[in-house]
Design a protein around this ligand. Structure first.
Ligand SMILES: C[S@@+](CC[C@H](N)C(=O)[O-])C[C@H]1O[C@@H](n2cnc3c(N)ncnc32)[C@H](O)[C@@H]1O
Length: 289
């Protein structure tokens, strides 16, 4: 059994703190497949523009609660990624102890629970309200020290979030962002000096610092507008050297990138050694710290 599997096993119905196993099962199963655009803030008239995941509830990471199991779209990715980060970069499970971790794009909370078991506190951020609510429900059910913020990571560009975290955990999101450099700078600013960032992303295997722009047309060349938007919202897909340059631009140092042949994805690590400035020319939010 891997390190992460061993840690994650504790999130079974036998270890619930604030709800009963019956309540947990009914609550979570009641969410699956629910179509709810109003509480996400979408009008019916703009539905065809929106991502399927934002409208209809889909479970994220596989979770075996012991008395029942929910399979997610992301399988056991949360466990694979954590073990991979430990294998590739200068980290152990103990590195997270006493740390306040920022978990970006938590979906239904698999990673949030995992990280809360080994760190002092987790703050999870998720732009889709229904997934933020689910993560909040789960972390309360298991008595985790986790705060869940139902906002976009771009909203973290505020005084309240500056210099707050020891680690930013950022897998599976950067290619969904229209402005990855700005996102990296916002996350850089949320870190305390000495803090680090762990990134995983879809990528290009190349020694050149290149990005490919996907957009939704790559999925359905001849599709309707609705089909196009259900494709996946992937914007910039980058090579290791391109990601390294973006991270440098945002202020990170001690950067390492690694192409994983098994998952065919890119992994990266960086540290905030000082509150270095950023070039503001052309930046979409020029008044950023
Ligand atoms: C592919 S999933 C990755 C989930 C998890 N981080 C992982 O690596 O397995 C992307 C998640 O990020 C969320 N997301 C995308 N853009 C976001 C943004 N700007 N701010 C916060 N969350 C975002 C999505 O709603 C989704 O839950």
């Amino acid at each position: 059994m891997s390190k992460s599997e061993n840690i994650f096993r504790q999130f079974s119905s036998a270890n619930l703190v604030n709800v009963t196993p019956e309540e947990l099962k009914a609550n979570l199963q009641g969410r699956l497949g629910e179509i709810d655009f109003e509480s996400e803030g979408y009008l019916e008239s703009e539905l065809e523009q929106q991502r399927d995941l934002s409208i209809k509830f889909h479970w994220g990471h596989d979770h075996d609660f012991g008395d029942f199991k929910i399979d997610g779209r992301m399988g056991n990715r949360h466990l694979y990624l954590f073990d991979k980060f430990l294998e590739l970069f200068p980290l152990t499970v103990g590195s997270f102890e006493n740390k306040h971790v920022l978990d970006i794009g938590c979906w239904t909370g698999g990673t949030t629970l995992l990280l809360s078991a080994i760190s002092e506190k987790v703050t999870a951020v998720e732009e889709v309200k229904k997934y933020a609510d689910t993560t909040r429900y789960l972390s309360n059910a298991f008595g985790c020290n986790a705060e869940v913020i139902s906002e976009s990571l771009y909203d973290l560009n505020s005084e309240r979030f500056y210099d707050q975290f020891d680690c930013v955990y950022f897998p599976g999101v950067i290619y969904h962002l229209s402005d990855p450099v700005l996102a990296l700078r916002i996350l850089f600013n949320t870190l305390r000096i000495g803090g680090d960032i762990l990134i995983e992303t879809a990528g290009i295997q190349s020694d050149e610092p290149i990005c490919r722009f996907d957009g939704n047309y790559i999925y359905h060349q001849n599709g309707t507008r609705e089909e196009l938007n259900r494709g996946g919202w992937n914007y910039f897909i980058m090579s290791g050297p391109a990601l390294e340059r973006m991270m440098q631009e945002a202020g990170f140092e001690q950067i390492q990138t690694f192409w994983d042949e098994t998952s065919k994805r890119l992994f990266a690590y960086g540290k905030k050694d000082s509150q270095i400035g950023i070039c503001k020319a052309g930046l979409s939010v020029p008044d950023i710290k």
